[in-house]
Design a binder for this molecule. Sequence first.
Ligand code: ADP
Ligand code: ASP
Ligand code: MG
Length: 422
Amino acid sequence: MALIVHKYGGTSMGSTERIRNVAKRVAKWSRAGHQMVVVPSAMSGETNRLLALAKELAPAKADDAYHRELDQLAATGEQASSALLAIALQAEGLASVSYAGWQVAIKTNSAYTKARIESIDDARVRADLAAGKVVIITGFQGVDGQGHVTTLGRGGSDTSAVAVAAALKAQECLIYTDVDGVYTTDPRVVPEARRLKTVSFEEMLEMASLGSKVLQIRSVEFAGKYRVPLRVLSSFTPWDIDLQEEAKSGTLISFEEDENMEQAVVSGIAFNRDEAKISLLGVPDTPGIASQILGAVAQANIEVDMIIQNVSHEGKTDFSFTVHRNDFARAIDLLKSVVAAKLGAREVIGDAKICKVSIVGIGMRSHVGVASKMFRALSEEGINIQMISTSEIKTSVVIDEKYMELAVRALHKAFDLDQPPA
Ligand code: ADP
Ligand code: ASP
Ligand code: MG
């Protein structure tokens, strides 16, 4: 008998019919003798619906009081789906109880809409499990030190599930979703994408941080920190398939390189449209310029991702960097009003119609020429590269947003990702 955590995403919880299916699947695991904790997301579309209602009443603003209410509001989505799942499990003849984050309690900091989990009290959950109950815990939410409801950022139920699994020292955390595992790239963009049987923790971390939304980045960080065995699999298989078969399906996030690992140089392609580019043209090329520009941006609590500085021409240079699109307008205003004037930049220009496309693979450590192959594949499609950044196991480029799908498909083909590695 093992303690297992299941997480079901929004689509998997999308209707009463689907919730009934989830209940039947969980009941199968429970009847096989496992202690079960289940972390559901809100029913699909619900979080968007709730946040849109708030926007109808007041436009988004950087204000703590407003963000507190957004969390109070959005958290209701998971509270409803959790209670519905407990009801469905009871209808299957199992004892079941659902808890909101604060009832557990899942303690977080007070960063509304992007709170971080600080601790989880496992006493209540353990007592229920010992009493033979299936315990349902809302995904996506927690409670801060003052008792305010918080949420963990979009896609945050993944993180709730992994954190709960870590706190309970669960044998495994199974992330059930609407695809049957982690693919070489988003199968919605590249139909030839191939499911990976295993993916290394490091690659998964890069893919999640570079935009593959199949797992929220923090859930992968948690899994790494607490060594939580993590698997991504489909909730759309028939609920009554053989449990042993189900337990081995999908994609395992692996912490060790073993002989089962695929040995491809590039394992996956990630992309995101969440960034925007800002350029300061004609800034004096003197020591301290970068720190003055980026220092001011950091002071405004705006995170910078990629940075590029051109060679100087007659003592002047151009300096570009990317920020999250949500911070774009604020960053432009700041640079126009304060920094540009102080630095004597000729012009500040912004471009929100960009995207970042990245290739990821631990094989890149030991192979040369991978980045140049990437650039060649893009140039053959006539795609201009605006910025480049590399690390040991990834290369990212910024390109015009309109070429995103073309670029992802071209790279998927160039690196033979539709073929199993030799
Ligand atoms: P859930 O609601 O279950 O949390 P998400 O929509 O958050 O599901 O994540 C699953 C989706 O992630 C898939 O439907 C797929 O379109 C997308 N996705 C992006 N990159 C990948 C990838 N590399 N492998 C699998 N799915 C991916
Ligand atoms: N319901 C939340 C969202 O839509 C959390 C999640 O689904 O993981 O972002
Ligand atoms: Mg998700």
